[in-house]
Write a protein that binds this ligand. Structure first.
Ligand SMILES: Nc1nc2c(ncn2[C@@H]2O[C@H](COP(=O)(O)OP(=O)(O)O)[C@@H](O)[C@H]2O)c(=O)[nH]1
Ligand SMILES: [Mg+2]
Length: 202
């Protein structure tokens, strides 16, 4: 086994499987926050100050929003002794869809972050994923003033298939964000011999 000290990547030598996933969702939903809270490496961010050109085009959920992700967020999290997950946060704005088609190559699936205070902002992204037939899970990022909705209400409003997992998370919380990622890995890979066992991932 290669020790962390001698391996410049910082990965345990037991890691045999690398899994790539995308973190998608509308503008200001918490993608950069989620990648930042779970990543073991300093996340690569490509944030740029928002300019007057985005006024009326990008509508942030909070007036405090001053930066936007122009290319992607990138982070890494070790899920078990054998499995490492690479996360690519992709901007939700329609004008970046050509970019995320390229980023989706080799990805096992997508975590779609949703803000239930602006549910309609997620429709475009969900539609795009269905068109590309990429497996996804829907993760509601719960903000302090998020009203309560039952899972049934949310599933109906988002028109989700019964097999699409729907979970809630707090993107600022490491454990909660990690659970959301594990939901996707389990949904796509399941407990197959080459994939991490369910127990290993919890
Ligand atoms: N309270 C709370 N704030 C959050 C949460 N997730 C994101 N935020 C805030 O929401 C804003 C947008 O988040 P960001 O990650 O930049 O969104 P992105 O555009 O999807 O990358 C930031 O000001 C975050 O601090 C959360 O789970 N809880
Ligand atoms: Mg961002």
């Amino acid at each position: 086994m290669v020790s962390r000290d001698s391996d410049p990547s910082g990965l345990p030598g037991t890691v045999t499987t690398a899994v790539k996933i995308l973190i998608a969702g509308p503008f200001d939903v918490g993608k950069t926050t989620l990648v930042g809270s779970v990543s073991e490496i300093a996340p690569l961010r490509t944030e740029e100050p928002m300019t007057v050109a985005s006024v009326g085009v990008d509508t942030p959920g909070s007036p405090a929003k001053t930066h936007t992700t122009v290319a992607m967020d990138f982070g890494r999290v070790t899920l078990s002794e054998t499995v490492v997950l690479y996360m690519f946060g992709v901007p939700g704005q329609r004008r970046f869809w050509d970019l995320w088609r390229g980023l989706a190559e080799g990805a096992i699936g997508v975590v779609v972050l949703v803000d239930t205070r602006r549910l309609e902002a997620s429709f475009d992204v969900l539609g795009e994923l269905e068109r590309h037939r990429l497996p996804f899970v829907v993760v509601v990022n719960v903000f302090p003033d998020t009203p309560h909705h039952s899972d049934e209400e949310l599933r109906e409003a988002l028109d989700l298939l019964s097999e699409t997992p729907l979970v809630k998370c707090d993107a600022t919380d490491r454990a909660s964000s990690r659970d959301a990622l594990v939901t996707l890995v389990k949904h796509v890979l399941g407990p197959t011999p080459s994939a991490p066992s369910t127990q290993e991932l919890v």
